[in-house]
Design a protein around this ligand. Structure first.
Ligand SMILES: NC(=O)c1ccc[n+]([C@@H]2O[C@H](COP(=O)([O-])OP(=O)(O)OC[C@H]3O[C@@H](n4cnc5c(N)ncnc54)[C@H](OP(=O)(O)O)[C@@H]3O)[C@@H](O)[C@H]2O)c1
Length: 346
């Protein structure tokens, strides 16, 4: 089978192909169904997450031994099942998230890790849902209990987890403020019904949000969703209400922010560190319920997964460039078959 292999650590966007850390292998062995409850999935679409990019560079918290096949969330069709598999049959549409290995034509997984994709759902979107939407849903719904009328501020709002947070915020009835960089992202966020958008490239974030809050007679931000960190977090902290909740999601800026404990005390803030992947070990039921709810929202049209870039496996390096260059609006995907029909739909 074809698979993208990471053979050394480094920047996968390098133009010098002979020196690239990732390489497309054409004859990787097809993984075998290795337990009675294992399922082999023919991968249809797999998503690029910022974490995949960090992992290939060796800067992510989880560092697999080399060589490895990167990739985490994916969708596909059940291709083979172990003798004790009761929940799935060959031909079923599924999606899931793996620790590694989805940048490949086939992946083997225990049936307990698979989710059935409901009828009518776009399979490419289903492959983009588990990590980005799962993270934002657990953060906003399970941890912060976001409720109707609360003010939600989303940083990095046009990125994978950011756009998911924006959509989930709207489903929950929150007043959503989005921060992103550039006209295209701003127009897109406005089209999603965001209540206020701030363009980082030329606006003062604090002033713009303060003006919006004043005009709407709102006191401040109740929930901060932060996948960016750095200077932007510092600015956002000035806008928080008494009793606000801070969701620490990631550090796309490369800068881990400091949240002053003395101000957290005086203002009764709650700081939630959130590592979605660790829910699979510590609270698997929360993660599973969350992904099932998201799939049902997708089937009912409450959320739509926006995919701004699609690539084939041989174009994995360009796919990572879209993430690195901050071009993505929503998700970047690798499609394993039907590239022509997918591209013509976009
Ligand atoms: N805690 C968890 O369980 C969890 C789960 C998923 C993701 N994450 C983390 O969340 C962060 C975002 O992930 P993602 O998959 O949503 O990434 P993404 O799609 O690439 O989005 C990241 C966004 O961050 C903004 N950004 C600001 N400074 C940046 C920089 N120096 N380089 C790149 N982007 C920058 C960009 O927005 P503008 O260009 O508009 O500013 C971009 O849209 C990452 O740190 C990731 O590791 C954490």
């Amino acid at each position: 089978m074809e698979a993208v292999l990471c053979r050394k650590l480094g920047d996968p966007t390098t133009e010098d192909k002979s020196n690239s850390p990732i390489v497309l292998i054409k004859n990787h062995p097809i993984p075998q169904v290795d337990s009675p409850t294992a399922v082999r999935v023919r991968v249809k679409a797999t998503s690029l997450n910022f974490a995949n990019y960090l992992q290939i560079q060796g800067t992510y918290q989880e560092k697999p031994p080399l060589p490895f096949i990167p990739g985490s969330d994916y969708s596909g069709i059940v291709d083979a099942v172990g003798p004790n598999v009761s929940q799935f049959q060959v031909g079923d549409p599924v999606c899931s998230v793996a620790n590694l290995g989805s940048f490949a034509q086939f992946i083997v997984v225990d049936q307990s890790h698979l989710f059935r994709v409901p009828e009518g759902c776009d399979m490419v979107g289903a492959g983009a849902l588990p990590v980005a939407y799962g993270t934002s849903h657990v953060a906003l719904v399970h941890r912060a209990h976001l409720s109707s009328g609360q003010v939600l501020l989303v940083l990095g709002a046009a990125g994978g987890v950011g756009l998911a947070a924006v959509q989930i915020g709207k489903v929950c009835g929150a007043i959503v403020i989005a921060v992103a960089r550039g006209t295209d992202k701003l127009h897109f966020l406005k089209s999603m019904g965001v209540d206020h958008v701030v363009d980082l490239s030329h606006e003062n974030v604090t002033q713009s949000i303060k003006d919006f809050l004043k005009a709407r007679n709102l006191k401040g931000v109740d929930v901060l969703f932060d996948p960016v960190g750095g200077k932007l977090t510092k600015e956002a902290l000035r806008l928080l209400n008494w009793g606000a909740q801070i969701l620490v999601i990631g550090f796309a800026s490369g800068d881990v922010p400091l949240i002053p404990a003395n101000i957290a005390l005086v203002k009764n803030w709650t700081v939630h560190g959130l590592y979605w992947g660790s829910y699979r070990i510590h609270r698997p039921g929360v993660l599973e319920d969350s992904v099932r709810e998201l799939l049902s929202w997708m089937a009912r049209g409450f959320i739509t997964i926006h995919i701004s870039h699609t690539y084939s496996m041989s174009e994995a390096s360009q796919a990572f460039s879209a993430i690195k260059d901050r071009k993505a609006i929503g998700k970047v995907m690798i499609i394993l078959d039907d590239m022509t029909s997918v591209r013509s739909k976009l």
